[in-house]
Design a protein around this ligand. Sequence first.
Ligand code: UT7
Length: 328
Amino acid sequence: MPSACITGVGMYVPPRVVTNEELRTWYDTSDEWIYARSGIKERRWAEEPASTAELGYYAAKEALQAAGKSPNEIDLIIFATLSPDLYFPGSGVLLQHRLGLETTPALDIRQQCSGFVYGLSIADQYIRTGTYRTILLVGAEIQSTWIDYNPEGRTVGVLFGDGAGAVVIEACEGENRGILSTHLYSQGAYAMELCVAEPSSATRAHTLPGSYGMRPYMNGKEVFRHAVQRMGEAVQVALTHQGWRPDEVDLYVLHQANIRIVQAVAEFFSLPMERFFNSIHKYGNTTAASIPICLAEAEREGRLRRGDKVILAAFGSGFTWGSAALIW
Ligand code: UT7
């Protein structure tokens, strides 16, 4: 049975930097509050007209180049996003067309901040069963267009950013590396604690103007509490499954929602923060894109080397969460 190996990583963030200071144009907030509560210094915003598929395309191109693959060698595209270009169809088919492909299957998944880990798990299964040999997995988001710029939107509005990350996952035999295990969870009891409720099949389109529904809602404290617990559990299950001690892992890459969540997990496992790769200070929370963006930067900075033991973990809206253990 082949293993699923990440053979190329890529990322793209829009050039426009939005500092905490600039957010004061809309919100009663401060650099001190945002940095102390979340670890964020700045984020990127896409210029309009914005396209999530287009951000994904730039990241995908970089990942394909790194893997030495051309688009027509892709057997399946998996596109993870909570901010698709259209209500339907998903951005995966738009990316497929942009890549110049004719009939390559494209699968969109909607697991929000856990989208990349879920996507990795799906790719792993397809490759292990021999169905596909080369899969492009993209996590991309444009969130600056749904942020609530009214004063009451500040708690959520300061956290999110735009960006994309991508990996090429290939079948590899006899290389002693690849995805070792993935562990997925969800708990729909908490679906309404972090959501954008509209556009929705529950609401008639003509009721939309003036309704609250299109603005994001987050019960920050509740989400934070669950995120710390679930992310810790997800890391633990991956460690237990592999029989690894926490300090044996070379690099942890956790979804970038709040640096205090990463710090809490590091503390729980008595690990130094240096074992965790973070980029939240530069990009904010880029949801499905945050883990692949970290992987691309970590590799670029020499923090990820062939043979390294790596654990990925994410938690987000749904609630959904999960982890993956791999040898780089
Ligand atoms: O990616 C998906 C997963 N998402 C997460 O994991 C996010 C989880 N939640 C969090 O990261 C944190 O809950 C937040 C960063 C969103 C908020 O941090 P907090 O420490 O829970 O703050 P809070 O919501 O309790 O607000 C504390 C105070 C409040 O004022 P009062 O009531 O104490 O007077 C807020 O009104 O801070 C105020 N506040 C702000 N002040 C300045 C809320 N947002 C802001 C803001 N700037 N942007």
